[in-house]
Design a protein around this ligand. Structure first.
Ligand code: GTP
Ligand code: IMP
Ligand code: MG
Length: 347
């Protein structure tokens, strides 16, 4: 096992996706939030194109705006200036999750309007060639670059939630509190470093998540990269080792998009992709989700003594190929279906 040396379990931690999104960030973040109750959980990333699935207290949430860490009732929830807000979805999710009194959004968060969604759903290049999610994020980011996009501070319904996210987070860090920053999408969808042009409308790696919420790189202690036990991709664009539909079905790797319902393509983990993603994020730990899909015997396990020899070998191979430790293992969709290997590795 690659050792895990950090003395404190949590400080300022960024959680990002290592492949093409949908790695299970929502589930990992919901567990960490629930287990550690960080002072602040802030969301970076693109906008409502993300769909984080959180299964918590017997309920399934498909979150597109609210931080997946809402599962910690003691934490302040924030949405950074670099994220795009769709006010209708933001307010709906506040109601669904009951976080009205502890959520804030930055004054300068950009707003997705009706015309952005219409363009994203009708523009041949975006919809057909790129396979966009149709949620308006690409066209809204175009307007942000043109400096014509409306900001959250111009929307009356958002007034009760407006705040200076960067100031709140920096003050919490200064006071020695724990902060969790959530990324969305996956590194291979980065506008700069991904499989261009089949990517999203901005960078999504850890440095961008810092910028989205307004903290400097010197404030970050840990970057957890989420890898699924196999790779998936939705929308257009290449993924090395993509399997045929029959093979995906045979292996039980079938998945559908949280936002669009489209079928996801699957492939075994490619370690060149994994190492590239680790480099781009400066990742220090791996959270490995869906290990129960490869090894059904471990479904629902939440302690390492339940891992089979094959599952342990799979983890050891990932550590050998990437040279960073696997610290979390997902064994089912529920927030509690997870093995926290940090404690074991610190012994
Ligand atoms: P984006 O922000 O859209 O990239 O999404 P995400 O990374 O939050 O992932 P998403 O929720 O879209 O997809 C992950 C899927 O895997 C969801 O259906 C989760 O419920 C499920 N899932 C996550 N972890 C596990 C796990 O360890 N085991 C099983 N069986 N399912 C999991
Ligand atoms: P857009 O971000 O909606 O413009 O979509 C651009 C590409 O990124 C498409 O291939 C989408 O399927 C993909 N994409 C965007 N957000 C996500 C996500 O959260 N999970 C998975 N794929 C995504
Ligand atoms: Mg998703």
């Amino acid at each position: 096992m690659v050792s895990f040396s950090h003395e404190r379990t949590m400080t300022t931690t960024i959680i990002v996706g290592g492949f093409w999104g949908d790695e299970g960030k929502g589930k990992i973040i919901s567990y960490i939030a629930y287990a550690e109750h960080p002072a602040i959980i802030a969301r970076g990333g693109v906008g409502t194109n993300a769909g984080h699935t959180v299964v918590f207290e017997g309920k399934k949430f498909g979150l597109r705006m609210i931080p997946s860490g809402f599962t910690s009732k003691k934490s302040r929830l924030l949405v950074g200036a670099g994220v795009l807000v769709d006010p209708e979805i933001f307010l709906k999710e506040i109601n669904e999750t009951g976080c009205k009194d502890r959520i804030g959004i930055d004054f300068q968060t950009g707003v997705i309007d009706k015309e952005h969604k219409e363009k994203d759903q009708t523009d041949k290049h975006l919809k057909d060639k790129i396979g966009s999610t149709g949620t308006g994020c690409g066209p809204a980011n175009e307007d942000r670059a043109r400096r014509t996009l409306r900001l959250a501070q111009e929307v009356p319904e958002l007034k009760p939630y407006l705040t200076d996210v960067s100031k709140e987070i920096n003050e919490a860090i200064e006071a020695g509190k724990n902060v969790v920053l959530e990324g969305t999408q996956g590194t291979m969808l980065s506008l700069w470093h991904g499989t261009y042009p089949f990517v999203t409308s901005k960078d999504v790696s850890a440095p961008q998540i810092c910028s989205d919420v307004g903290i400097g790189p010197t404030k970050v202690d840990e970057v957890i990269i989420v890898f699924k036990a196999f790779m998936t991709r939705v929308g257009e664009g290449p993924m090395p080792g993509t399997l045929s539909e029959e093979e995906i079905e045979k292996r039980g790797w079938v998945e559908h998009g949280t936002v669009t319902g489209r079928a996801r393509r699957s492939a075994p983990i490619d370690f060149d992709v994994a190492r590239k993603a680790i480099r781009l994020n400066g990742a220090t730990q791996i959270a490995l989700t869906k290990l129960d899909i490869i090894f059904p015997e471990i479904a629902g396990a939440n302690s390492d003594d339940k891992l089979t020899k094959e599952a342990l070998q799979f983890i050891a191979e990932i550590e050998k190929e990437t040279n960073i430790p696997v610290t979390f293992v997902g064994t089912g969709p529920e927030a509690e279906a997870l093995i926290d290997l940090r404690l074991e590795k610190m012994k």
